[in-house]
Design a protein around this ligand. Structure first.
Ligand code: SF4
Length: 224
């Protein structure tokens, strides 16, 4: 696996990391998720549905039923078949529909229908791993946790924030290397940077706000 990864950039010093996040902060002081949601339950199931799927596709699917399905009880009454039909345009929809029904049952049984404010309790829900739990806790409660998805992983290595070769180790390194003041928003800044600027095959280096601080081998001379 390691041999297929881009070579990580030289690790930045703490002062360089701070300067990098100051730039992200200046450009976007209040970053947040692009998933649409109206309450904690809807965010939780939107994040579950976003695995290997774009936020745009998830928002298109959830817009059909979020106005009337706002709680686990609503979802259980509506049923798995209706959910499956509504989300059939997104990847892994059958498994995701099963997980959403199962986690809704658990929320009703264990948490009075509320989303638990606890990473271990979130991770105990069907279809909710460390990444999903971290995104929910960070977005809802501003917990200083950096969830690592494919964008965060790539961007962190290109920018020399960390050099880990696995998402698990990357999360630990980022928690350690990012200044506390920026930890709450780091996940969103890195995701948005990876989604729109520092793209996987062809990064838009000509539009990059942190290009002067980038020493990545993926850096391109022109805006493509
Ligand atoms: S300069 Fe290019 S490779 Fe470096 S962070 Fe910016 S977009 Fe990514």
């Amino acid at each position: 696996m390691v041999s297929k990864l881009e070579r990580p950039a030289k690790r930045k010093t703490p002062a360089e990391v701070a300067a990098l996040f100051a730039t992200f902060h200046a450009a976007n002081p209040n970053p947040t998720t692009e998933l649409a949601y109206g309450n904690a339950y809807q965010l939780l199931i939107a994040v579950v549905m976003s695995a290997q799927t774009t936020d745009v596709a998830v928002n298109k699917a959830t817009a059909q039923f979020f106005p009337q399905i706002r709680t686990p009880a609503d979802m259980l009454a509506w049923g798995e078949e209706n959910l499956r039909q509504a989300i059939r345009t997104i990847g892994l929809y059958q498994t995701k529909a099963k997980h959403v029904l199962a986690l809704s049952r658990l929320l009703m049984g264990r948490h009075d229908g509320e989303v638990p404010h606890s990473l271990p309790a979130l991770e105990a829900l069907p279809g909710v791993g460390r990444k999903t739990a971290s995104v929910v806790a960070n977005t809802l409660w501003h917990e200083p946790v950096v969830a690592v998805d494919t964008h965060v992983f790539r961007v962190a290595r290109r920018l020399g924030l960390a050099r880990a070769a696995s998402p698990e180790k990357m999360g630990t390194e980022l928690q350690k290397n990012i200044p506390v003041a920026y930890l709450c928003d780091a996940h969103h800044w890195l995701i948005l940077h990876g989604r729109y600027i520092c793209k996987a095959p062809l990064p838009k280096c000509g539009n990059c706000p942190v290009d002067k601080m980038c020493q990545s081998s993926a850096k391109l001379p022109l805006n493509i």
